[in-house]
Design a protein around this ligand. Structure first.
Ligand code: FEO
Ligand code: CA
Ligand code: CA
Length: 710
């Protein structure tokens, strides 16, 4: 059943002395996350995992909620929840057989060695790029020339290192649901641009200040109109179109919510505390039912300098001394030791909401959702129409959060209704997750061995941080809880997780999936050891937590581990919900999660080159029936690249992925990836020509009988 991929003829890959090989590129850690894994994790709090506390009350509440989490249960899905799944009734639309099909038909690809510089897709499929770093999207933008970059050009071109991805219908009226957007033949591609790597972007002709200015223009987000001749076929982007837009470090944002306008948000540049230029390190995100895109400001701490006098800054790992990007040399606000800019650091670390349908609307930073290292933010609508947002704080020993809006979503797609729905994330309750295991502590030995009850599972509680506009944390005001959310979560006793990245509800069942990507420090000296919800010490491969909510707004839940990841051929600590480990695709370092239009889980990975010496990729996971836990690899990304997105459209038989940081282990002079503009075998470009790598949005579609699609 495994199909060998077609192999692409390649130019010989240059060797590079620049960065360590055989691991996630050192450059990726350096630029993307400010080497945070090389530092002690900044959560020194003593709040511990607790077990068997208040379990009577909890069990009773959970069972009353209609959930049955049987020991070793093979199926925990919609059928395990007594009520009609929240989202299925409100979001899934009509007549499309949602959740019934197996989804896309494909044979899993062979896993690829970490040195393979190619996009590999299943037999019967082919791929192309929709848009690449540097492609012009605004009037005055030139075709990309790596030797003639400028800040003004980059601000008119697709940014660097695309991460979150969605393609929305061109008219919000066609936005039927978050999984079925009726994309048609004209759409709006929205992407984040997380970070830059100047070592592979520039030749020696650029001075440092110019490089930095280009990098600021290459961060942020893009909105690009896309068209195609027929549904199910590949898209082209439009170089000039009314809704095309670049968000970068000079774009003005509105700050809203309870912390907006407070003293801690004011600077000399913005005495109102309600406006800020730019957004930083935008990683994953989510799309709302009213057609806006949420984007997480993740490792923003690496761009700002603090004096260190405020010890709360250490809880976020904000730089002292200098930053890697050095933007403080160009703009005083990045060094918060400068008079008047002390609070600039408080103005990053938020969830951003962008309306791609209104090119004139300022994007909004929502303080009601808390300030931490936001991986992303994923929305579901509760039965009572309140908006529920799930969020992960991507660092070792950090937490999982949930926001529940005060007000209810209104149906309708007219301007007034959309304007109202765009206010829903401005006010609401904020919670942090506390998980409890149900197995004796002695059975969780850090090896990954499944306890005697047959499952890593238990119950949990959403602990309130802000409720009904009041702080639920002793000694902290509402704005303090929202600006110093990590500290508030420490105080209430949240559960330390192994780098919670994407946290996304399945729109058909309401079950929530948490990608815990890895945590090499789990169980190390002075650090919390394995727990039932993070069951391996020195966790290099990560795991997926499945949360079963009684109601999307309830404060109690049940949970189990769907997958304990790794390469089962060399690692006996893997677990796939009882599915035979020798029949799955190896998978490690789960990062983004998504759902296809049949309700299957899709996972993209970031870190497989380090953990299992394989290229990263995207994988389908079956959630129900006899194949629950089966993992099938659909795609592999080029050397040193991360698979972001993904986006899967079963009806169109199309899959989309943002290929981020390909060739990050190379240098400009000696690239290790030529993605995506590979030359054919034997072909050579003009002397001195540069062939990549260029982070890009990739589309995968069915081969069309040898005919062209257009
Ligand atoms: Fe930007 Fe948590 O990955
Ligand atoms: Ca158990
Ligand atoms: Ca990520």
């Amino acid at each position: 059943m495994t199909i060998a991929p077609e192999s692409r003829p390649l130019l010989p890959v240059a060797t590079t002395p620049h960065y360590a090989r055989g691991k996630r590129a050192a450059a990726t850690c350096y630029w993307k996350c400010a080497d945070q894994c090389a530092h002690p994790a900044p959560n020194p709090s003593a709040n511990e995992y607790f077990r068997d506390v208040a379990s009577k009350a909890l069990s009773r509440r959970v069972m009353l909620g209609g959930m049955a989490v049987a020991a070793g249960a093979v199926v925990i899905g919609a059928e395990a929840i007594g009520a009609e799944p929240a989202a299925a009734s409100t979001l899934a639309g009509k007549g499309h057989g949602y959740g019934r099909g197996k989804g896309l038909s494909f044979g899993p690809i062979e896993t690829q060695d970490w040195t393979v510089d190619d996009v590999v897709v299943p037999e019967g499929y082919e791929w192309s790029t929709i848009i690449r770093w540097g492609d012009p999207i605004l009037p005055g933008g030139h075709a990309f020339d790596v030797t003639r970059q400028s800040p003004a050009q980059q601000a008119r071109q697709f940014g660097y290192n695309c991460d979150y991805l969605d393609i929305l219908p061109s008219n919000p009226r066609h936005l039927r649901s978050m999984v079925e957007t009726r994309r048609g033949r004209r759409g709006l591609l929205v992407a984040n641009h997380e970070y830059t790597n100047r070592d592979i972007m520039f030749d020696d002709s650029y001075d440092d200040a110019t490089k930095r200015a280009i990098e600021r223009a290459a961060h942020g987000m893009s909105v690009v109109e896309v068209v195609r001749r027929r549904e199910g076929g590949p898209w082209d982007y439009l170089r000039v179109a009314p809704k095309n837009r670049r968000i970068h470090m000079d774009t003005e944002f509105t700050i809203d919510g309870p912390a907006a306008g407070t003293d801690a948000m004011r600077t000399v540049e913005d005495p109102t505390g309600t406006k800020v230029r730019g957004t930083l390190n935008n990683c994953a995100g989510g799309t709302t039912p009213w057609g806006t895109v949420l984007s997480g400001e993740e490792n923003w701490h690496g761009y700002l300098i603090t004096s260190g006098e405020d010890e709360r800054d250490a809880r976020y790992g904000i730089e002292t001394g200098s930053t890697r990007y050095g933007w403080e040399l160009d703009d005083p606000r990045f060094d918060t030791r400068n008079a008047g800019y002390e609070n600039e650091k408080n103005r990053f670390g938020w969830v951003v909401e962008l309306d791609p349908y209104d090119p004139t609307a300022a994007p909004v930073k929502h303080t009601a959702l808390g300030r931490f290292k936001h991986e992303g933010a994923n929305v579901i609508i509760a039965p009572d129409k309140r908006v529920v947002v799930y969020m992960g704080d991507d660092e070792r020993f950090e937490y999982v959060y949930k926001f529940v809006s005060k007000n209810r979503m209104r149906d309708g797609d007219d301007r007034r209704t959309r304007a109202y729905n765009k206010t829903l994330l401005s006010e609401g309750d904020l919670y942090v997750a506390k998980f409890q295991g149900d197995s004796p502590a002695g059975e969780i030995d850090g090896s990954g061995s499944v306890p005697s009850d047959g499952a890593f599972d238990g119950t949990g509680e959403w602990l309130p941080l802000v409720v009904d506009g009041e702080s639920a944390v002793d000694g902290m005001s509402v704005e303090e809880v929202l600006i110093w959310t990590r500290i508030a979560a420490d105080r209430v006793g949240a559960t330390k997780m192994d780098r919670p990245e994407d946290v996304e509800p399945n729109p058909f069942t309401g079950n929530v999936y948490v990608a815990c990507t890895n945590n090499s420090q789990r169980g190390s000296a002075g650090r919390e050891a394995a727990t039932e919800m993070n069951p391996r010490n020195a966790n290099r491969d990560g795991h997926i937590v499945e949360i079963v909510e009684g109601d999307q707004t309830s404060t109690w839940f049940a949970w189990n581990l769907l997958i304990v990841a790794g390469d089962p051929s060399v690692n006996d600590s893997t677990y796939f919900s009882g599915f035979p480990a020798d029949k799955v695709s190896p998978i490690s370092c789960p990062d983004n999660v998504a759902f296809d239009t049949d309700g299957n889980l899709w996972i993209s990975t970031d870190g497989q080159p380090s953990a299992i010496q394989k290229c990263d990729g995207i994988f389908r996971v079956t959630l129900t029936g006899r194949e629950r836990g089966n993992v099938e690899q659909f795609l592999s990304v080029p050397r040193s690249g991360e698979a972001c997105g993904p986006l899967v459209d079963v009806r169109d038989k199309m899959v989309y992925v943002n290929v981020q940081h390909p060739g990050d282990d190379g240098s400009f002079a000696e690239p290790t990836s030529y993605f995506p503009d590979y030359l054919d075998e034997g072909e050579r470009g003009p002397v001195g020509s540069w062939r990549g790598p260029r982070p890009s949005t990739v589309q995968v579609y069915k081969k069309h009988g040898g005919r062209r699609w257009w």
